[in-house]
Design a binder for this molecule. Structure first.
Ligand SMILES: Nc1ncnc2c1ncn2[C@@H]1O[C@H](COP(=O)(O)OP(=O)(O)O)[C@@H](O)[C@H]1O
Ligand SMILES: [Mg+2]
Length: 339
């Protein structure tokens, strides 16, 4: 059965929390119906033929369920899963040692696959195509290539940056599974499911309130639930209803669209300091004290989805919608100093 191997990543309390809420089977995975239907067929067909499933690539912003789906596929196939991430595989030898140790039909999950080094990526091509690994030993004229036969296996790649994937790597996957932001109804179901698992008392309106402010993202929904639970315990009777959820979210500075203080500072930077843009990513990142990659991967996709921000060749531009949203925020509440 599946095992958890986390490489190049520190286990934290947050990760433990996520693991405890992670759906184990496709039927528990809420939403993304089209993708689930396709994956179900892959599993049935592969199991019928006693083959590994084809290589699959899952793309989408953080927190939408990429890691969860990879682990679910291992559970559905009843095979093990090896987890690593692009930057963690340092050289071809490291890749060879993982691949040669896989069992038949196991899953090799590569998170952040767009960050594989070039030589490792190139060594992965023949491995994906016909389970072969060309190992070069020695250097110069005396160099020899050893061709290793690998077990049959499946690569599941996950990426937040589809655009950064090389064409040859992209071509080696059977299909691309793009994950989209979740509807408020899907998130409502996720909040209810998580509350049930965590034994948190919550009513329907309370769960809908959290879902509506979760930026279309299951990870955010679960985090907000946890924070609101703490608030309910300390400041209220422990039950999450709508007023309690509203108070707690207000204290967390999460507004009615799910934007937090950093989201608003990003918009304010573009609107107020740079007159709506265009502004470069680096400039925005500096003004909110975050890494450019974090701004690009974590914050921008949802702001773009809302139609607040657009990416242009010359930089980020704020839309009219962003102006009016900021206007409301500015008129409606006295924003505390952000830190
Ligand atoms: N479709 C879903 N249904 C229920 N919970 C989900 C779903 N997608 C994600 N989650 C929850 O959100 C958290 C983050 O998901 P994860 O797979 O780690 O996202 P990613 O790998 O895309 O960043 C997990 O703990 C999981 O519990
Ligand atoms: Mg992940």
């Amino acid at each position: 059965m599946s095992e958890r191997v986390i490489t190049g990543e520190q286990r934290s309390e947050d990760q433990d929390f996520e693991w405890s809420l992670r759906p184990r089977r496709l039927e528990e995975f809420v939403g993304q119906e089209a993708i689930k239907a396709k994956l179900r067929i892959l599993v049935q067909a592969a199991r019928g033929r006693d083959e590994p499933i084809e290589h699959i690539l899952i793309a989408g912003p953080p927190g939408l369920g990429k890691t969860t789906l990879a682990n679910i596929m291992a559970n559905e196939m009843e095979v093990g899963i090896r987890t690593t991430s692009g930057p963690a595989i340092e050289h071809q030898g490291a890749l060879a040692s993982i691949l040669t140790n896989l069992q038949d039909r196991e899953i090799f999950f590569v998170d952040e696959i767009h960050r594989l080094s070039r030589p490792v990526e190139e060594a992965l091509y023949p491995a994906m195509e016909d389970f072969k690994f060309d190992f070069v030993s020695g250097k110069g004229a005396g160099a020899q290539t050893l061709r290793l036969q690998l077990p049959r296996f499946t690569v599941i790649g996950a990426t937040t940056r589809q655009g950064m994937l090389s064409a040859p790597l992209r071509d080696r996957f059977g299909d691309l599974y793009p994950l989209y932001f979740y509807s408020s109804d899907d998130l409502f179901q996720i909040v209810r499911r998580s509350a049930h698992l965590l034994k948190v008392p919550i009513d329907e309106a309370g769960a809908r309130m959290i879902a509506s402010r979760a930026r279309g993202t299951p990870r955010v929904a679960n985090r907000l639930l946890r924070r609101v639970r703490d608030y309910a315990q300390v400041r209220a009777s422990g039950v999450i209803d709508e007023p309690v959820a509203l108070d707690a979210l207000g204290m967390l500075e999460v507004d009615e669209l799910g934007l937090d203080a950093i989201d608003r500072r990003i918009l304010q930077t573009v609107v107020e300091k740079y007159d709506g843009g265009p502004v470069g990513l680096e400039t925005i990142a500096v003004s909110v004290s975050e890494a450019p990659e974090t701004v690009e991967d974590v914050y921008e996709p949802f702001l773009i989805q809302l139609g607040f921000l657009a990416r242009t060749p010359r930089g980020r531009v704020a839309t009219k919608l962003a102006y009016s949203h900021l206007g409301l925020v500015k008129a409606g509440s006295d924003q505390p100093t952000l830190f």
